[in-house]
Design a binder for this molecule. Structure first.
Ligand SMILES: Cc1cc2nc3c(=O)[nH]c(=O)nc-3n(C[C@H](O)[C@H](O)[C@H](O)COP(=O)(O)O)c2cc1C
Length: 414
C-alpha cells in the first residue's frame, strides 16, 4: 500500500507558505477548527519573539477537501505571511532589487547562513535565511494536523510535554507514569500541559523554566531544552526490521531531526539506557489469560522494538539546541570584506522549546499516518477501516492500551 507524502514551500518573509499532503484516503472528515487550533498552539509559548504577535497563522485550503471531507486528491493549503507587507519590495519575486536594498553579509553562527551561502553561491545571505528559517514549520504543523485527524479517526492520540528548558529538568514527566496513571489523571495532566506557557504538566517546574527564560533574556542569551512526544494506541506492527530504511525508530529520527535546531532524538529511555544493566531496562513479556493478550509492565523501549511498534505507547524525546540568534551576538566575518563583524538583531526567540513540542507532535503524526496507510491503507477511509479491523482483530493484534480520551484535543481552550 502506498503511504503519505508531504512537502512545504515558502520563505519566512515571502508572500506565504504552502503545504501539500498526498495519500490521505477519501471520505475523512476534516475539522477546519482543529487545523487552526494546531497553528495557534505552535505560535504560543513563553520566550518567543515579537514576530508571533504579527503572525496570526491561518491555513486556507486550496484543494483536496470538499464539503469538509477529503476526496482522495492532494490536499494543498496556504498560510499567508502577515509580515509580507513590510517585505514586499525586499522579497519581490520579480523585478529589480530596490535601490536601498541592504544585503545580509554577516553569517550568524549556528545558522545555515555561511554554509548555505557558500553552497548556493549567494552573495546576499537573505536567500539562505528565508528558507532555512523555522517559519517553514507552520506549514508542517498544518499538514501534520491533517495527519492527526486521520490518526484520531483510528483512535490514535498524540500529545507532548516539555521536560527540560536550559538546566531545569522535569524529573517526573507524564510519559514515565503512563503504565500506572488513570485515564482521568492523564486527561488532567494533558490539560495542565496545554494551559502551561512552557507546555509542562508540573506547575512548580514550569515556574522554574519561566525564570530560566527570563534570566536568559536579561543576559541577551538563549536556551534550548527537551520535549517528549507520546503517541497512544498505535497498533502493533508499524515499521519493519526487514530493511534499514523501514525501521520506525529511524523514520521518527529523520523526521524529528529535520526540525530546525533539533540535535538529538531518543526513543523511550534513550541515552539513559546506557547507565543500566540489561536486566533493568528490557521490558519483560507477560501473557494475560483473561484478555488473551501479551502485556508489559514497563515501557522503557518507548513502544518500538527492532524498528516495529509493539503496541505500547510510543515515546520520543527530542533535544533542541539554544536559539542561535543572540541579542549579544557572537563573532563572525563579513563575507564581502572578510573582516570580523557581529550581526545585531532586534528580534529573535529566546526559547522556542514549547513550540518545538507542537512541531514534534506534527512530525510524529506524519510518520504514523504514513505507516498506518502503508499497513492498512485503502482508497477510502471505509476501506482502510475494514483492512485495519481485519488485520488487528482477526489476528488479535489489537492493543492493550485503554486510554479513551475522547475529544480532549478539540475541547481545549485557546
Ligand atoms: C519553533 C522554532 C523557532 C525558532 N526561532 C528561532 C529564532 O527566533 N531565532 C533563531 O536564531 N533561531 C530560531 N530557531 C532555530 C533555527 O531555525 C535553527 O537553529 C537554524 O535554522 C539552524 O538549523 P540547525 O539548528 O538545525 O542547524 C527556531 C527553531 C524552531 C523549531
Amino acid at each position: 500500500m502506498s503511504g503519505i507524502s508531504w512537502k512545504t514551500a515558502g520563505e519566512s518573509h515571502g508572500r506565504g507558505l504552502i503545504g501539500i499532503i498526498e495519500g490521505i484516503p477519501a471520505g475523512l472528515t476534516i475539522s477546519e477548527q482543529s487545523i487552526q487550533h494546531e497553528l495557534k498552539r505552535r505560535q504560543k509559548g513563553y520566550g518567543r519573539s515579537e514576530r508571533m504577535k504579527i503572525e496570526k497563522d491561518h491555513a486556507e485550503f486550496i484543494s483536496g477537501i470538499r464539503f469538509g471531507q477529503t476526496i482522495g486528491s492532494p490536499i494543498c493549503l496556504y498560510i499567508e505571511n502577515k509580515d509580507w507587507v513590510n517585505w514586499s519590495e525586499e522579497m519581490a519575486t520579480f523585478g529589480s532589487p530596490p535601490a536601498d536594498l541592504e544585503k545580509v553579509t554577516v553569517p550568524r553562527p549556528g545558522h545555515a547562513d555561511l554554509a548555505g551561502s557558500l553552497k548556493y553561491h549567494h552573495l546576499d545571505i537573505r536567500n539562505v535565511i528565508e528558507r532555512a528559517s523555522a517559519r517553514e514549520t507552520a506549514a508542517r504543523v498544518a499538514v501534520g494536523a491533517v495527519a492527526k485527524q486521520l490518526l484520531e479517526f483510528f483512535n490514535l492520540r498524540i500529545f507532548s510535554e516539555v521536560i527540560q528548558i536550559g538546566k531545569i529538568r522535569h524529573t517526573n514527566p507524564v510519559w514515565k507514569n503512563l503504565q500506572s496513571i488513570s485515564e482521568n489523571d492523564l486527561g488532567t495532566a494533558i490539560n495542565q500541559i496545554e494551559k502551561s506557557v512552557v507546555h509542562c504538566s508540573d506547575e512548580a517546574v514550569a515556574n522554574r523554566m519561566i525564570e530560566a527564560i527570563d534570566t536568559a533574556r536579561e543576559r541577551g542569551d538563549s536556551l534550548g531544552g527537551r520535549v517528549t512526544v507520546i503517541a497512544l494506541h498505535a497498533p502493533i506492527g508499524l515499521g519493519s526490521y526487514s530493511q534499514w530504511d523501514l525501521r520506525l525508530d529511524g523514520l521518527f529520527a529523520q523526521t524529528l531531526m529535520s526540525i530546525p535546531a533539533i540535535k538529538a532524538v531518543e526513543i523511550g529511555m534513550g541515552s539513559e539506557l546506557a547507565d543500566h544493566y540489561g536486566s533493568e531496562v528490557h521490558d519483560e513479556i507477560f501473557w494475560d489469560k483473561q484478555t488473551t493478550k501479551y502485556f508489559r509492565k514497563t515501557n522503557h523501549a518507548g513502544g518500538i522494538e527492532g524498528g516495529v511498534s509493539n503496541g505500547e505507547p510510543i515515546i520520543i524525546t527530542s533535544t533542541m539546541k539554544p536559539i542561535p540568534t543572540l541579542m549579544h551576538p557572537l563573532s563572525s566575518v563579513n563575507i564581502e570584506q572578510k573582516t570580523p563583524e557581529k550581526r545585531y538583531k532586534k528580534r529573535s526567540d529566546i526559547c522556542s522549546v514549547p513550540s518545538a513540542a507542537i512541531i514534534a507532535e506534527a512530525s510524529v503524526a506524519l510518520v504514523l499516518a504514513d505507516q498506518l496507510c502503508k499497513k492498512f491503507g485503502g482508497d477510502s477511509i471505509g476501506e482502510m477501516k475494514d483492512n485495519m479491523e481485519n488485520v488487528l482483530y482477526d489476528r488479535q493484534l489489537d492493543i492493550l492500551q485503554t486510554f479513551s480520551l475522547g475529544d480532549w484535543r478539540l475541547g481545549l481552550t485557546d
